[in-house]
Structure formats: C-alpha cells, structure tokens
Design a protein around this ligand. Structure first.
Ligand code: ASP
Ligand code: MG
Length: 413
C-alpha cells in the first residue's frame, strides 16, 4: 500500500467517457489498497476557449480576472471525476487549490507556490476517500485565486507529492513516456525506462514537450519520484530518477532533442574592444527577446562577428533592434537567417565517455550536413544546422548512437 499522487492532463479528461476511464484507473489503485490523490487539468481545449472569451471582452484582460476565469476549467473536472468515482462506490472529495490551501505569491497568471497545507488531504485519505485537487491554481495571502502558468497542473501534482511525501508522483498523459527522441521523426525511437532529472530538464528545455520544465525542477529539488506514463495504454512509462544508475551498459546518450522554430542573427564586423558583446546582446534581451546560443568569431582583419539564435517569431523584431545597434557601432552588416534549427544530444554519460562530440560530427558529416554553430555543456552538445536537414540529422544521430528500439545494446565506445 502506497500513497500515490496522479495527474491527468487535458486529453485524459477530455470527455465524460474519458473521465469515466480515469475513474476506472483510479479505482484499480484503491482496490489495491493505495491512497490516491488525483490532480486534474481542465478538459482539453477549455483553457484556450476561456482565454479566447476573455480576449473577446478586452484586448488585455487584467491578470487577476484572468485567473478567476481560467481556474474554472479545473473546477469542472474535479467535480465530474468525483461523481464518476462516487458512481462506482468509491468515496471521493474534490478541492480547489484554495480549499486545499495551496498558498502562492500574488503574481497572477504565473504564480509560484509558497506553501501547501496537507492536513485536509491527509484527513480525507484517512477516511478512505480519494482526494481530487484542481491543478494549475492556488490562492494568495489575501484569498485571491491565482494560477501557475500554462501547463501548471504538472507543477501542482509534484508540489502535492512533495508536501504529502508521496511514494510516487505519476503524470498520466497521451504518450507512453519519455522517448529517445520524437517518435514522429524517428520510427525507431525507444521508450526510456528511466532518465535522470538533469537529463529530463535538458531535454525539456531543449524542446521535448512531455513535462512542464518547472515541474521537473521542483521534483528534482524535493526529490519526488516522478513517473510519466500513458492514460490510454498499459505500461510502466518512464521513471525520472535522481541518480544515474551505474550500470555497465548505461548509454552515454539518453536522448536527442530538437527545436525547429529558431533563427540566427549575425552582426558582422564589429570592433574587437571591451563592451561590444553587451552593446549587441543587451538591447535585444532588454526588449524581452530570449537569446539562446551565442558565438563570437574573430575575423582576419581584427574585427569580430557576433552570432546568436532567437525564436523565429521574434527574429524580425531582433533584426530591427540590431540594425540600429549596427549603425551606431559601424558594423559591416546584420544578417538574419530564418531557416535554421537546433539539434541536441543529451546524456549524463557524457561526463564519463570520451569521443561523443567527434562521433556526432562524423555522423553529420556522413550525411553532408553543414554545422553552423556548436555549443556544449557538461551533459549536452547542441548544433545549429539548416532547417531542411532536421529530420535527416536526428535520424542519423539516433542510429549512430544506437538509440533505437531495434538496436541490440547501447554499449558506448
Ligand atoms: N489547464 C491549464 C493549461 O491548459 C493547466 C494544465 O493543463 O496543466 O495550461
Ligand atoms: Mg496540460
């Protein structure tokens, strides 16, 4: 018998049939003697629908009222799920974030959790009830409803699991778990039995969209055993573990992430003097544009080229800013390339295995793919390449590192 927190996302509670199916799933754990706290999202599409309604009323709805509005989506699903459980003869109680008392700061639409009172949930569990909590919402010190930002139900689940000291936090979703790469790109992508928090964080921030990044950070910080698994198919999913399991055949690479919608900007021919990088990058980030990979190259004439990537949607705005900067610095040119993407290899095994980078570059060279930028950290290597090569690059790397389902074993060289 265990205490389990389960989170079901929007598609998992997207219709009454699906809510019934979730109730079935939950009841199996109850029959097994487990205590269950369930966190649910709004029915799929509901948060978007409510957002659109708000924008019909005014262009920039006030954040406080936005939270009052959006929190209703989850309030619907907690009640429906409790009814579905009651219909099956199980005791169940629904709670909004405020009723549990998930205390947050007052940053409406992007609030952070400060404190969770677990006593009410414990009391319900003791009476044999399933506790069903609305995801994505909390309450500030003054009793105002707050929300945690899109996708925030993952964070609610992890935070409740931490507060309750649950044995496991299970995130049920529409995929079977975390794969070596996106199965839509590589048929042979393999479901990972486990992955470390560090790797999961890198993969999530590099474009893999299985879990909200904040939820992973939170789980790592509070050491919550986290599992991602499918609502619709049987299977034990992917366990996100604290430590790299020191097994002989542990692969150096856990997975490959990629991001399509990137753009590259180069400010060419800037003077090689202190403060230039700041003068180039400063105005761009001050405009709220997130700057990703940055490189600086020295040209033969002693000047520098500064190149960096941004989200494609923000690249025109960044170019405009840089045109002004370039004029004042008397730079040679500002070049915008919108047809690039980023492909990254991630794995804690990189720390102990040599030759990963050269193997990566070899695999790309064999496909005649030109690498435009390379960046590395302790557990990842990213390359920026032409967008049209994305699929080819991901497939080539996936097979070079033998990550596939049909590969025999991942013995690193
Ligand atoms: N319903 C919210 C959203 O769509 C929260 C969540 O699903 O996690 O962002
Ligand atoms: Mg979601």
């Amino acid at each position: 018998m265990a205490l389990i927190v389960q989170k079901y996302g929007g598609t998992s509670v997207g219709s009454i049939d699906r809510i019934d199916a979730v109730a079935e799933k939950v009841s199996r754990f109850r029959n097994n003697g487990d205590d269950v706290v369930v966190v649910v999202s709004a029915m799929s599409g509901e948060t978007n629908r409510l957002t659109a309604l708000a924008h019909e009323v005014m262009e920039q709805p006030t954040p406080r009222e936005m939270d009052v509005l959006l929190s209703t989506g989850e309030q619907v699903t907690i009640a429906l799920l409790c009814m579905a459980l009651e219909k099956r003869g199980y005791g169940a109680r629904s709670f909004t974030g405020g009723q549990v008392r998930i205390l947050t700061d007052d940053a409406h639409t992007k609030a952070r959790i400060r404190e969770i009172d677990s006593s009410r949930m414990h009391a319900q569990l003791q009476q044999g009830n399933v506790v069903v909590v609305a995801g994505f919402q909390g309450v500030d010190e003054n009793g105002n409803i707050t929300t945690l930002g899109r996708g925030g139900s993952d964070t609610t689940a992890v935070a409740l699991a931490a507060a309750l000291e649950a044995d496991e936090c299970q995130i049920y979703t529409d995929v079977k778990g975390v794969y070596t790469t996106d199965p839509r790109v590589v048929d042979d992508a393999k479901l990972l039995h486990s992955i470390t928090f560090e790797e999961m964080l890198e993969l999530a921030s590099l474009g893999a969209k299985v879990l909200q990044i904040r939820a992973v950070e939170f789980a790592g910080k509070y050491k919550v055993p986290l599992r991602v698994l499918s609502t619709f198919e049987e299977g034990s999913g992917t366990l996100i573990t604290l430590e790299e399991e020191a097994e002989m055949e542990d692969p150096a690479i856990a997975g490959i992430a990629f991001e399509r919608d990137e753009a590259k900007l180069t400010v060419a021919g800037v003077p090689d003097v202190p403060g230039i990088a700041y003068k180039v990058i400063g105005p761009v980030s001050e405009a709220g544009i997130e700057v990703d990979v940055i490189v600086q190259n020295a040209a033969a004439d002693g000047s520098n080229d500064i190149t960096f990537t941004v989200k494609r949607a923000e690249s025109d705005k960044a170019k405009e800013i840089l045109d002004t900067v370039a004029t004042s610095l008397q730079a040679a040119a500002v070049i915008l390339d919108k047809k690039i993407c980023k492909v990254s290899l991630v794995g804690v095994g990189m720390r102990s295995h040599a030759g990963i980078a050269s193997k990566m570059f070899k695999a790309l060279a064999e496909e005649n793919i030109n690498i435009e930028i390379i960046t590395t950290s302790e557990i990842k290597i990213s390359v920026v390449i032409e967008e049209k090569y994305l699929e080819l690059a991901v497939r080539a790397l996936h097979s070079a590192f033998e990550l596939g389902e049909t590969e025999t074993k991942n013995i690193p060289d």
